[in-house]
Each structure stands twice: as structure tokens, then as C-alpha cells.
Design a protein around this ligand. Structure first.
Ligand SMILES: [Zn+2]
Length: 279
């Protein structure tokens, strides 16, 4: 047993020893303060399970979500709403910073399948609405890949995963303002993963009810948060435009938002550290 000694190497008093042992006995993880819902893992007072469809949706497409590990730790996440709203097997989730990894069983095969498409706004991506409703080659539908994380995290995943570059790439056009108002969106028209997936499935399968059904828990959560005093977060783009964004932004981003040609960047002699925004 551990015995504490002071600098004279004599045994400390029994009282101190006892107090120390009590302290050592406190568990590192504090006990859970609130009971969690077993389904969505959120505290019961803010559980949104009542807004999930009575029977999970069966779609033609299969979603494949490549999730940055940091995304799982955020308090407001939307992927569980997707995975619980869709029938088992219709929403696969793989976690990591690079894809595929040895631990991602079966992922490489899906990534290289001819009916797999990646939703990512690269220069070569085509409008999702222009994809043929059924992929060629005898497949019933698409595997729709999404990157789940902040925009810088999604870009980092893309750049460290060469196989993603060779996938057929699609983008969503004119998506409107996000309904998910609690978490600040980096730009107008930037959607949560749930909104993106719901909209993409609605377009690909030509079924407006998919979007309505899948977004119900999100709407309920937003209403709940707003009723309980959460402030509606405008996108950073909106706040900067209206000069209400509290953080100083770099000149390059400021010019970008004001529609000045990015070519002028070359003339920028400012300290690049100024441009470290979250944009
Ligand atoms: Zn729940």
C-alpha cells in the first residue's frame, strides 16, 4: 500500500493519510447528473425520440457517413437523428480522419462501387438533381457519401483520403438558409448533416415526405431550445455583413464576403495570422 512521507521521510499523520485515501477513492469520472434516454443518449428532458417516425424510414438510397471524431463530441449533433430515423442498414457511419482505414470493414468496397457518389463541393462535382434517378449498371439506387464535421474538418478528411477524390462527386444547389438555428453556421446556405442528407434523399428519390419526416426531431429540438432561452444564431456571414459579428476577421475573408475578387489576395501583405478565422 502507498505510504506518504514528508521531506524528512517520516510517516505523515494518520488523519492526513486517511483524508488522502478518501481523495484517492473519488472516481475520475463524476457520476452522471441527469438520466439519459437509452435511444438517443440525450438527457431525458431534451430527448427528441418522440419526434422520430413511428417506423424508421426505408429509402432506396443508402447513406454512408464519414464522421470526423470531433463531431461525435459536440453537444448538438444531427447524425443520431438520421441513423435512428432510417431503418437499420440505411445509414452506415464510419469514424476517422482518413478513409478507408483497416478498421473500416467493407468500406473500401462501397467507396469503389459504381453506384457510390460523394456529396462534396469540389470543382468537378455536378448538381445532385441532375444525377439519373437510377444509376446505370443494374443497381437499384445510390450509396450517398457525406462527410460529417465542420467545414475545415470535412476538407481535411477529403484531402487525406485519396480514394474520395476518384469518387463521382455531387453538390446541392440553392439550399436556402439552415433551419438548424442553434449552432452557428459558417455561411448562409450551410446545412447540418441531417438537413443535407434529408434534402439529398428527397431530391434523389423525388419524395418530399423524406425531408419532412427526417427533420421533425431537429425542428422539435430547435423549438425546445428557443423556448428555453437559446439565442437564434445567425450565420457568421450574416453577422459579418451586418457588422454584428463580434470577432475581428481577416481582411481576406472580409473581402471575400464583400464580393471582392480573390485574385487581390496576392497583393495582401498583411500578417497571415490575421486570417485565422473559423470560416
Ligand atoms: Zn431519446
Amino acid at each position: 500500500m502507498l505510504r506518504l512521507t514528508n521531506k524528512n521521510n517520516t510517516t505523515m499523520s494518520e488523519d492526513f493519510q486517511e483524508a488522502w485515501e478518501d481523495l484517492m477513492g473519488i472516481p475520475a469520472d463524476p457520476p452522471a447528473m441527469r438520466e439519459l434516454c437509452e435511444n438517443c443518449r440525450r438527457p431525458k428532458p431534451v430527448c427528441w425520440c418522440a419526434y422520430l417516425p413511428a417506423s424508421p424510414l426505408i429509402t432506396k438510397c443508402r447513406l454512408v457517413i464519414l464522421q470526423h471524431p470531433a463531431e461525435e463530441k459536440r453537444c448538438l449533433r444531427t447524425v443520431p437523428m438520421l441513423s435512428l430515423g432510417l431503418a437499420p442498414g440505411f445509414c452506415l457511419i464510419f469514424k476517422g480522419k482518413k478513409f478507408p482505414h483497416n478498421r473500416h470493414s467493407g468500406l473500401e468496397e462501397i467507396m469503389t462501387a459504381p453506384n457510390s457518389v460523394l456529396l462534396y463541393p469540389s470543382p468537378q462535382s455536378v448538381n445532385l438533381a441532375e444525377l439519373p434517378k437510377l444509376p446505370s449498371g443494374g443497381f437499384d439506387s445510390y450509396n450517398l457519401f457525406l462527410l460529417d464535421g465542420t467545414w475545415p474538418q470535412a476538407k481535411a478528411i477529403y484531402h487525406s483520403s485519396p480514394l474520395l477524390h476518384s469518387m463521382r462527386q455531387v453538390k446541392l444547389l440553392s439550399t436556402g438558409t439552415s433551419e438548424y438555428v442553434i449552432r452557428t453556421q459558417p455561411t448562409e446556405g450551410c446545412l447540418s448533416t441531417l438537413e443535407t442528407a434529408a434534402l439529398a434523399l428527397t431530391i434523389l428519390e423525388d419524395r418530399e415526405d423524406i425531408r419532412e419526416i427526417l427533420l421533425k426531431p431537429l425542428k422539435a429540438l430547435c423549438d425546445f431550445q428557443l423556448d428555453h432561452g437559446a439565442v437564434t444564431h445567425q450565420s457568421k456571414e450574416f453577422l459579418i455583413k451586418t457588422k454584428t459579428y463580434p470577432k475581428l476577421i481577416g481582411k481576406r475573408l472580409n473581402r471575400l464576403l464583400n464580393g471582392v475578387s480573390p485574385n487581390l489576395e496576392e497583393l495582401d501583405t498583411d500578417d497571415p495570422a490575421q486570417d485565422q478565422s473559423n470560416f
